[in-house]
Design a protein around this ligand. Structure first.
Ligand SMILES: Cc1cc2nc3c(=O)[nH]c(=O)nc-3n(C[C@H](O)[C@H](O)[C@H](O)COP(=O)(O)OP(=O)(O)OC[C@H]3O[C@@H](n4cnc5c(N)ncnc54)[C@H](O)[C@@H]3O)c2cc1C
Length: 494
């Protein structure tokens, strides 16, 4: 071995949340691990991924990193607003609301550059060497040997390691440079987003004051992750602080296309009644266009190399699962790398099991989202879809994790029966949606309709009853839809 090169156990390319999650856990397992992070940016630019879910909050709690969240806004719940007739009358907007009630978990709206910076500083404090702003000049990736020549502030040096993990996010170093291929998938979505200033006068665009929310939730609706659900597209409204609101649109590219992203994005604020009222006096910063949101790498590791986070796969941001999956992936990678680096035991079967688990988790998420875009504009169909999701996600993922910490690492994956049930409901809802479109019918709602999810994570034995409650809500919502369809045979169209 050439001793003129700085030697590490692990080199991470990229210094975002994925890299920090992995470095911090490895150092917790073994503080003597030598870890280097190569980050190309001197300071982080604005990033996507500004709302976190309950499972991510549990993950950060497990790493004793909760204090990093103190600088960020507490998320007070999740809301979905539907305006099937694009009415200017706010009373026609129907809402599916999920306020966060006091209990076991709090989620957050993150200022991502600040959060990622704090994570990276924590890595440095715990012994990680960060090269920044680092430019990769020359690389050599071989089985269990990686060598990288880097340039930082005009000075070149070479570093080497047994393992190298690609954490470059959407820059996807291994995919682009080593030719790691992607799986063929059917989800074809894009996103447009910008940060707005001067947004939010609820009386102009929001549904009527919601006393239940204001008295029961942990905070005001202004700090909920709010979604505007539209035909083949959805919008997020994430208030980051008193002055800044992140607004973004995710759309099905098979149904929505445009020439110029910025003009298209801005045009939506003229044609959509609610968006127009929301941003009446607002200004916005640069518009960011994510051309292809979803992709999945065919492989997640080779001997001596692996991918983590967005460098390997990303499916869809609806309900904010990005950092959740990365947290879970980092737990598995920590176990595998600890064995390999600490005990010098490369367990091929364990690596294959890890890869199989996550590829299955991505496929399961794909199945969810591939079937969601066609239903998004419909209040009662999409609310029923959300209730099924709440039952599965809280019943099988969140509540078990609250009770048994060891469950934290398991991502959502469907078995055969679950896949079959999901496909049945997806096809049924799609058929109903198409029939309604032909008959020019929309969801039957009254003025100021609000449906509540019933989701809560209580700090009491009542927790074990919650999955049953969510299950019955999901079943009831489904039969309600069927009942409405049945009745529609005998009534005139609305
Ligand atoms: C539209 C959209 C909305 C989203 N919303 C949410 C959300 O609400 N909640 C959520 O949890 N997730 C969300 N996500 C997902 C989330 O943004 C990502 O999963 C997460 O930020 C990925 O983290 P990462 O560390 O893998 O990548 P990144 O955060 O992108 O970090 C990668 C780092 O690598 C560095 N880098 C790149 N190339 C090189 C190189 N050659 N050399 C050195 N360094 C390099 C970059 O500078 C960067 O700092 C969203 C994603 C999209 C597309």
């Amino acid at each position: 071995m050439d001793n003129s090169k700085a030697q590490y156990d692990l080199i991470l390319i990229g210094g975002g949340a994925s890299a920090s999650f992995l470095a911090l856990q490895l150092l917790e397992k073994n503080p003597t691990f030598r870890i280097a992070i190569l980050e190309k940016e001197a300071t982080f630019p604005p990033k996507l991924g500004e709302s976190i879910v309950d499972q991510t909050a549990l993950f950060l709690k497990s790493l004793a990193l909760e204090h990093l969240l103190d600088k960020h806004a507490i998320k007070t719940g999740v809301r979905f607003l539907f305006n099937e007739s694009n009415s200017k009358d706010i009373q026609d907007v129907a809402e599916f609301a999920s306020p966060t009630l006091p209990g076991y978990i709090k989620a957050y709206h993150l200022n991502r550059p600040v959060f990622d910076e704090d994570l990276l500083q924590t890595c440095i404090e715990r012994g990680t060497i960060v090269y920044r702003p680092a430019q990769l000049i020359r690389t050599k990736f071989e089985p269990f040997y990686n060598e990288i020549e880097i340039e930082v502030d005009g000075t070149r040096s070479t570093i080497a390691s047994k393992w190298c993990v690609d954490a470059t996010g959407r820059a996807r170093y291994f995919h682009n440079e080593l030719g790691w291929e992607d799986l063929k998938i059917n989800l074809n979505t894009g996103a447009l987003t910008a940060h707005f200033h001067g947004v939010y006068d609820p009386s102009e665009w929001d549904t009527a004051r919601n006393d239940y929310w204001e008295t029961q939730s942990i905070g005001s609706r202004a700090f909920s992750t709010t979604h505007l659900m539209r035909k083949n597209a959805w919008w997020w409204i994430i208030k980051l602080d008193e002055n800044t609101t992140s607004i973004g649109m995710v759309f099905d590219k098979n149904k929505i296309s445009f020439e110029d992203p910025k003009s298209f994005f801005e045009a939506q604020f003229e044609t959509d009644a609610q968006l127009k009222a929301l941003t009446k006096n607002a200004s916005h910063g640069p518009v960011r266009h994510v051309e292809q949101i979803a992709y999945v790498s065919e492989k997640l590791f080779a001997k001596g190399q692996a991918v983590i986070g967005d460098s390997g796969a990303f499916i869809d941001p609806l309900i904010s699962p990005g950092l959740e999956l990365i947290g879970q992936q980092s737990i598995w990678l920590t176990e595998l790398l600890t064995n390999d680096l600490g005990l010098n035991e490369y367990k091929e079967d364990a690596w294959k099991k890890y890869e199989k688990t996550f590829l299955k988790a991505y496929q399961s998420r794909l199945l969810i989202y591939e079937n969601a875009y066609g239903l998004m504009d419909s209040f009662d169909l999409f609310s029923a879809w959300l209730r099924q999701g709440n039952f599965v996600y809280f019943g099988f993922i969140v509540y078990p994790t609250v009770l048994f910490k060891s469950r934290l690492k398991y991502p959502l994956q469907f078995n055969f029966i679950e896949r079959t049930a999901l496909l049945y409901f997806a096809r049924r809802f799609d058929k109903i949606h198409q029939r309604r479109a032909t008959q020019q019918r929309i969801s039957s709602t009254s003025k100021n309709t609000i449906a509540y999810s019933g989701v809560r994570v209580p700090k009491s034995p009542r927790l074990v009853l919650m999955p049953f409650s969510l299950f019955f809500r999901a079943i009831f919502a489904y039969f309600r839809v069927e009942w409405i369809e049945f009745r529609s045979f005998f009534t005139k169209k609305r």
